[in-house]
Design a protein around this ligand. Structure first.
Ligand code: SF4
Length: 116
């Protein structure tokens, strides 16, 4: 459908924060991104990828991002696939424990409300 009004757009000249990934070691022009997707059983290649991450200024941000996205393949934030999986497992267990504690607290409040 054609509008009778002229197309209007907001000006695209507002300053934007620089994305954290722009400081990543793996984004440098001379680094092959394939390095970060080694065959998981190739421990030399996995360690090679991790060596880049160890000197990366955004390592923790990268790791957190990868964990939050549920990345299953590659080396992210200095962690390989097994390590990422292990951290996610710990996080899930902690979340389940917290949910159980919150449920128990809510039940105790309900019981108190009914009693009083
Ligand atoms: S920590 Fe993340 S951003 Fe930094 S080099 Fe490793 S994969 Fe790239």
């Amino acid at each position: 459908m054609t509008s009778i009004f002229p197309a209007r757009k907001a000006p695209d000249n507002l300053p934007r924060p620089v994305h954290w990934a722009s400081a990543a070691v793996c984004k440098q022009r001379d680094v092959d991104p394939e390095i970060f997707f080694p065959v998981p059983t190739d421990l030399v290649a996995v360690e090679h990828a991790k060596s880049f991450c160890r000197r990366c200024p955004v390592q923790m941000r990268c790791r957190t991002d990868a964990l939050n996205r549920g990345e299953e393949h590659g080396v992210w934030g200095g962690l390989d696939e097994d390590e990422l999986r292990a951290v996610r497992k710990v996080r899930r267990a902690a979340a389940a424990k917290q949910a159980a504690q919150e449920k128990q607290a809510a039940e105790e409040v309900d019981a108190l409300a009914k009693a009083g």
